[in-house]
Design a binder for this molecule. Structure first.
Ligand code: ADP
Ligand code: MG
Length: 747
């Protein structure tokens, strides 16, 4: 059981921290309780009963203090029968609710603990009454619940007294006012009298801070070392001179923004260095990442190397291919550009592969097929990965170069704007450049939220925009079908679409672009894709979900029959997708009914209206990406979020945020808070560890600090740090990385 919870050693147990505390020194009086608050109360058992209602057995416990009483209710509470005896003292913890029948208050399904009395042993009493008591998540059933952990950890700490080795330099701890390791471990489990309770509950007591810092410090130190190692590997030193500048000048269609210039400067700086570049280019939708990447690719080509651009879908790869071809028409160099995607026929693939292999293609644009089709480049100099494809991809670039050749430079682009330190942590071994400025001349997008009944007015608005020559998107959460809802899988992600995790299996699905994933995959994903939806929708309401295919029929024969309507979703085959996309780009389609296939990257500046139906079902990052499809030209643009009948609290927050702001950073921050770092980042796929004590959102300040300190330590540890302390830090790093993260061999 312990193993299943990741507890293998005594150390693991010590780092299994209480998830909350109960202040049993100053217990709350029932008189002070206010409905709505979550509180912990110590009271006396007055009576209990098991009520057999028609629907389920309900266990009722009445506890009291003086003449005040509190009723506690557990559904299906048969298992609680006989657990409580009148006169016992219990601690209950839960949300306080008003009671309908009496002036008394009640708690539904509270957590509870029967407190020890005089008949219990002294140790139990010492640990559980009259103090701030730690409450633990159970490590397995009642046997390994809080009481067991308190005792075991207490005894462990006693046995270890004075012997817990310090792993951080004394000087560092003193400077940051953090307690030593043993003190921190003791006090985090058994807070000394007088520790401010609020500090404890928010994981901000000195003992918490010390342990969180420790975890983040070793993470950051490991990442720092990884980056250093990369810098020591042999790469290509590109040169940037007049020739390269001229090649860029020839084709650049506009003045780059300051942010674009800065980012390109950083990228080219890396490219000129003799070690392989591993850089992340982060910029909100529409900030102009593509052109920055293209300039870097021109530098590589001008140096006699090949450049590759990898996009997450065929639609995007094709769009990049067409755009690059158009742009490079102006080039006097006439580079040869090829497109390689999974859906090409074998013959085309073979010919394209051979062009790449013989070095006749200078610029190669494609999907994951570039890796899957075992393409071997003649002289690969730079790989650009657009959006989405992130993790587990970096290592595989090895496959693309010929043996005995230098490592190519790699630039990863992402539209998920997250704070720099987080990005550096999340993307581990990448350096980060940020585009924090939009190209000039953009007008803000007007965002409105409307109820489903108002849809006819939205269609009317689209007709008016079309009459002015504008185009529109209408997006649905599923492709088709009411019985078994198939969510769009092209950009598979969880509900709120942090946009970070694409499962490897699904990626290849995308690039191979089969009509759709096997039924089993689809079934399995549905719940994950729409967890909120699953909670919100009553069983019958599910069939009320509108789908792209059905609405396409309805709109094109009904309210939009005067317009040219197209349909785009992930189950069309690649050729069909490409044809539809091109027709939309050329303005031969007025309204594109689609799923989230159009979410990322699609660039049609004449489109001015983005309508999202069932907007409450989409995640913030997804909505933001979708909205980013409009407002790309000079004309005023609109985003209309149509909601279904039921919107959850979090759904409300997401929609309000969308109406309130267009700032991707702000939205990402909110998304992060709403969903928590685990879901937002999909830590497992990101290759990030599950933290034992740290939380990347809550502990952002400490992360910043840990990163600074780790960088400083790796560069030049303070003179005050002794040789022995240094050795201990390295030993600990090696141990923690190997045992917990398993990412690198540190040391
Ligand atoms: P994203 O960062 O979302 O990938 P794109 O690279 O697709 O953004 O650029 C968005 C749009 O802005 C494109 O139409 C592009 O041509 C245009 N653009 C990019 N940089 C500039 C610039 N400096 N000035 C004017 N337009 C620009
Ligand atoms: Mg882009």
């Amino acid at each position: 059981m312990l193993l299943a919870k990741g507890i293998q050693t005594a150390e693991d147990l010590l780092y299994h921290l209480p998830f909350r505390y109960e202040d049993r020194q100053n217990p709350r009086s029932l008189d002070e309780l206010v409905p709505g608050e979550t509180a912990s109360v110590i009271a006396e058992v007055r009576g209990s009963a098991l009520l057999r209602t028609r629907r389920m057995p309900i266990f009722e416990l009445t506890v009291g203090q003086g003449n005040r009483a509190l009723k506690c209710i557990w559904f299906n509470g048969t298992y609680l029968q006989g657990k409580f005896l009148a006169g016992q003292t219990v601690a209950v913890y839960g949300k306080v609710e008003p009671s309908r029948t009496t002036s008394n208050l009640k708690m539904i399904q509270p957590q509870f603990e029967v407190l020890p009395d005089a008949s219990d042993d002294a140790e139990t009493r010492l640990l559980e009454v009259g103090r701030i008591t730690p409450v633990y998540e159970s490590l397995g059933g009642a046997r390994l619940a809080s009481r067991w952990q308190r005792k075991t950890i207490f005894n462990l700490l006693e046995a270890l007294r004075g012997t817990v080795p310090e792993c951080l330099p004394r000087d560092l701890l003193a400077r940051l006012c953090l307690p030593d390791r043993e003190t921190a471990l003791r006090e985090v489990h058994f807070p000394p009298e007088g520790t401010p309770f609020a500090q404890l509950q928010s994981w901000a007591a000195p003992s918490h801070r010390r342990l969180i810092f420790e975890e983040l410090f070793f993470l950051e130190l490991g990442l720092e070392l990884k980056r250093r190692r990369m810098r020591e590997r042999p790469g290509i030193a590109f040169s940037l001179g007049d020739k390269e500048r001229e090649a860029i000048r020839e084709v650049l269609p506009f003045h780059p923004t300051r942010a674009q210039k800065r980012a390109l400067g950083e990228i080219v700086g890396d490219m000129r260095a003799a070690s392989p570049m591993r850089r992340l280019l982060q910029g909100d939708v529409g900030s102009g990442k593509t052109i920055v990447a293209l300039q870097a690719m021109l530098v590589a080509m001008e140096n006699g190397y090949q450049a590759a651009l990898m996009a997450p879908t065929e639609i995007l790869a094709t769009q990049h291919f067409l755009a690059a071809r158009k742009l490079l028409e102006k080039s006097s160099r006439n580079p040869r550009i090829v497109l390689l995607t999974g859906s090409l026929d074998e013959d085309r693939k073979r010919r394209t592969r051979s062009l790449i292999n013989r070095g006749e293609a200078q610029l190669v644009i494609g999907t994951h097929a570039l890796i899957e089709e075992k393409v071997e480049f003649d002289r690969l100099g730079l790989v650009v990965v657009d959006e989405q494809h992130r993790f587990g991809v970096l290592q595989r670039f090895k496959l693309m170069k010929k043996p005995n050749q230098a490592e190519p430079d790699v630039l990863v682009m992402t539209a998920t704007p997250i704070p720099r330190t987080l990005a550096l942590t999340l993307y581990g071994d990448l350096e980060v450049s940020v585009l924090d400025e939009l190209p000039p001349g953009r007008t803000p997008i007007v965002t409105r939220r409307v109820e489903g009944e108002k849809a006819p007015e939205v269609w009317e608005f689209i007709r008016k925009q079309a009459a002015q020559g504008r185009q529109a998107y209408i997006v649905y959460p599923v492709i088709e079908g009411t019985k078994d809802d198939q969510p769009e899988l092209d950009f598979s992600r969880d509900d709120a679409g942090g946009g970070i995790n694409v499962e490897p299996g699904l990626q290849s699905q995308v690039s191979k672009s089969r009509p759709g994933p096997p039924k089993s995959v689809r079934k399995g994903k549905t719940a994950e894709l729409f967890p909120k939806a699953a909670q919100e929708a009553s069983p019958g309401a599910k069939s009320g979900l509108k789908s792209a295919v059905e609405m396409y029929e309805e709109l094109r024969t009904g309210p939009l029959s005067s317009l040219r309507v197209g349909l785009l979703h992930g189950r069309l085959d690649a050729d069909e997708k490409e044809i539809i996309m091109r027709r939309f780009q050329r303005g031969e389609i007025d309204v594109l009914v689609a799923t989230t296939v159009i979410e990322v990257g699609v660039d049609v500046p004449n489109a001015t209206v983005m309508v999202v139906e069932h907007a409450e079902r989409f995640g913030l990052a997804q909505l933001h990406q979708l909205r980013g499809r409009v407002g790309r030209g000079a004309a005023k643009s609109y985003c209309v979020l149509i909601t279904g009948p039921k919107v959850s609290e979090q759904g409300e927050e997401r929609l309000n945020a969308m109406v309130r702001t267009q700032d991707g950073f702000e939205l990402a921050e909110l998304d992060l808070t709403l969903r928590g770092p685990g879901e937002f980042f999909g830590t497992r796929q990101a290759g990030l560890p599950d933290f034992r004590v740290a939380n990347l959102v809550r502990d952002r300040k400490l992360l910043e600090l840990a990163k600074q300190e780790a960088a400083q330590f790796a560069t030049a540890p303070d003179a005050a740090v002794t040789e022995a302390e240094r050795a201990r830090v390295w030993a600990q790093l090696k141990d923690s990385w190997q045992r917990r993260y398993g990412l690198v061999e540190a040391g």
